[in-house]
Design a protein around this ligand. Structure first.
Ligand SMILES: [Zn+2]
Length: 220
């Protein structure tokens, strides 16, 4: 067995260490300590399977997402902490399953586009900040922002669409008064005008519908 294969196996059988606070590099010990809530607005834990190598210190977080669509109403998801904060692997019922589900993807090359659109069985699947493998033939379009994605999607108002299972469920958008609001995705559909729209439960417990084009750039 190669060393790499051994490493992979180890990753599947043991969990990494979890930290409430993100450890700081030696030169930054005077900086304020940061929790997952400081970064993502929800509770969770930092971890890094390569922490010993220390080239990317504590690069990942596993988030506890209340109100997500799992049988228990709670969910866990792994996100990158820096840069585009991509989600790795699918939403899971437990912290452990989220980390195991993410582990095959943590070391794969990240796609450069924010949104990749896949054609799957008469339906368009939007992959946002995920590391899903999509065959090149199935990729219909790629976008670096939601405005461009929405403009493209709205050209064919009859096309059904949804997010992939690994797309983050927490979103923020610019509301009517220009205020930034946030909530959790419940589903996707079309507005009666044909525009792509997302049904959401917001942080106040209301059920607004949000146009895809109104998502803020760091929305998901
Ligand atoms: Zn995906």
């Amino acid at each position: 067995m190669t060393r790499n294969a051994t490493d992979q196996q180890t990753r599947h059988t043991s969990l990494p260490a979890f930290r409430k606070y993100r450890p700081l590099p030696a030169g930054e010990r005077d900086q304020p300590r940061m929790t997952v809530r400081d970064v993502f607005g929800v509770d969770g834990w930092f971890f890094d399977p390569d922490a010993a190598a220390a080239s990317r210190p504590w690069a990942f977080a596993v988030l506890h997402l209340p109100g997500t669509h799992t049988p228990s109403g709670q969910g866990w998801a792994v996100r990158g902490v820096d840069g585009d904060r991509r989600q790795y692997g699918p939403l899971a019922l437990t912290r452990r399953d989220a980390v195991y589900g993410a582990s095959p993807y943590l070391h794969t090359e990240k796609p450069s586009a924010l949104v990749r659109v896949e054609a799957r069985r008469q339906r368009l699947v939007l992959h946002v900040r995920c590391a899903c493998r999509i065959s090149e033939a199935a990729v219909k379009a790629e976008f670096t922002d939601f405005t461009g994605t929405a403009a493209w999607l709205d050209k064919d108002p009859g096309a059904r669409w949804r997010f992939c299972r690994s797309t983050p469920r927490r979103i923020t958008w610019t509301g009517g008064a220009g205020l930034t609001q946030s909530g959790t995705v419940r589903g996707t559909c079309r507005h009666h005008t044909g525009r792509a729209v997302i049904s959401v439960v917001d942080d106040l417990g209301c059920y607004p519908r949000v146009f895809l084009r109104d998502l803020t750039p760091d929305a998901l």
